[in-house]
Design a binder for this molecule. Sequence first.
Ligand SMILES: [Zn+2]
Length: 560
Amino acid sequence: MLQSINKIALLTTGAYENSWYLMRKLTQQFPQVLIIITRNPPSYKQRLSFFIHSVKLTIKIILRYILLGQKNYLPVQPPSFSGVICSDDINAEIVYNNIKNFSPDLICISGTKIVSDRILKLAKLCLNLHHGFVPYYRGVSSTDWVSFQRNFDYYYVTVHEAVTALDSGPIYAEEQIKPYLFENYDSFKCRIKLFGDEIMLHVCQNLQTIKPVPQPDNVSCHNYRHKEKAEGFSIHAKREYESNDFRRYVINERDGGEGRLFHIVNRYLQKREERYALQPGLYIVNYHEIINHDDLKSDYKIPSIFTSIEKFMLHLKSYTNDFETVSMSDGLKLLQQGKVQKNRYLVITFDDGLSSVKDVLPYINAIGVKPTIFVSSEPLLKMKPLINHQELFCSRYSKYCKSVDTKMLRNKYQLLLREGYKTANCKDEFVEFVSNAYLSKESLRQMIYENKVEIGSHTSDHIQLSDIDYEIQYKKIYESHKAIERLLNTSIPYFSFPFGKLHHRDYCSEYIASYTAQHYFSCNGGINQTPGINGAILRIGIHNETVPALRSLLSRQRFR
Ligand SMILES: [Zn+2]
């Protein structure tokens, strides 16, 4: 681990905004910086035309911030190039000698060709800024490859140790970035690069506290090369990014200043549902709690993770009309064989291991398929409820007992979260209500024995995975998965992330998920169409929609 950073050598192109930004910021923030660029510094004419372009761009950026709340970077002007060494070959003798004489603590690389091993050996640590999610997207043009494959959840920037094998070193930071509504492709790509600079600066300033995470070595990684790009590759990538009438925006992601706008767009699209036909592909729908109609007469604001039994039956009927319903294992086989590119298949899944699934299981089995149930280990092993059900259970319970105070129920729920049902008073009706809301190990074993369901895991305690350390995530994802396998005495091929938004997980969650189970699943929308795309398999969260709203939701999904 590096103690303190005084001398940094920056190897970059010197030709673009992101390069200039890094040159400026590093020189401001560190005592000694040696800069080596591979392109000639801009001429006065180029500087002037860039300045005029910047004025127009600044107005646009400010307007977007005011109207849509979209934060962006203001255009960066070229810095002074005094003292900067320019060599079009990054591995030239002059570069080597200059770095050697400078003797840096750290080498930062951004945008150059592959740096030779002997240069990498000149500092204790070399960091590379990569504009893609590794190991899935190594090599060139990651953003374009993501767009080309419509793998829109994988726009990322990565700072990793630069080692001899391309883009394969341990990760110092890996951050996801999403397109803004109505953001054109070029602006988005520019924003990704400047965002990458910020992440690189953050890493340089916090090296003492960062614990690098190795890349998983069991997943299929790919080194993308220029020669792999078919003719018109970048046009095609741009077209995919701009296609689909907003469908690349995840329909249930409505964060930040764009929230209201998402809502309006969503409503507008809903009205035009007849414009869209259902695409071919593998649809994996996801439910949570199934409740009786009576429970719905609620005055409380409860999270929308429930579906009434009546609605579910209507959904089921609609699925059998519009799709060929299949079990997960068959659906994934069809996806791998490329058969879902022509027909529509649908898989039903339930998250959180709630016992209400038993009310609808016979009807699902009756259409010849097994649903997949994703279970968490805490309710099974530690007899504790899950944190995300507090409001749902408290408000449902207060339906039965009008006299109870919800605040008191919440306190009791908190106690159950800490200590489990065993230590709490078992005779308490609320405790019994909560404990009965989860599938027991006996009923799960029975369902597996009778071949009625397929099983996946869903972390130990259903907390938000992003922002917690790799080691803790490992326990919650991997160790919990293994514990459930032991408990149910079966191997479990699936894992699903808790919660339905992209920012609820991070790269550590992805890495651990990739070696925990054969297949891992997200739930922020989308239809699976193309075989062999890396990353989480897409699922669509279903709530208490009417049949027309359900059909509209399914027909508006992006496809990958
Ligand atoms: Zn869940």
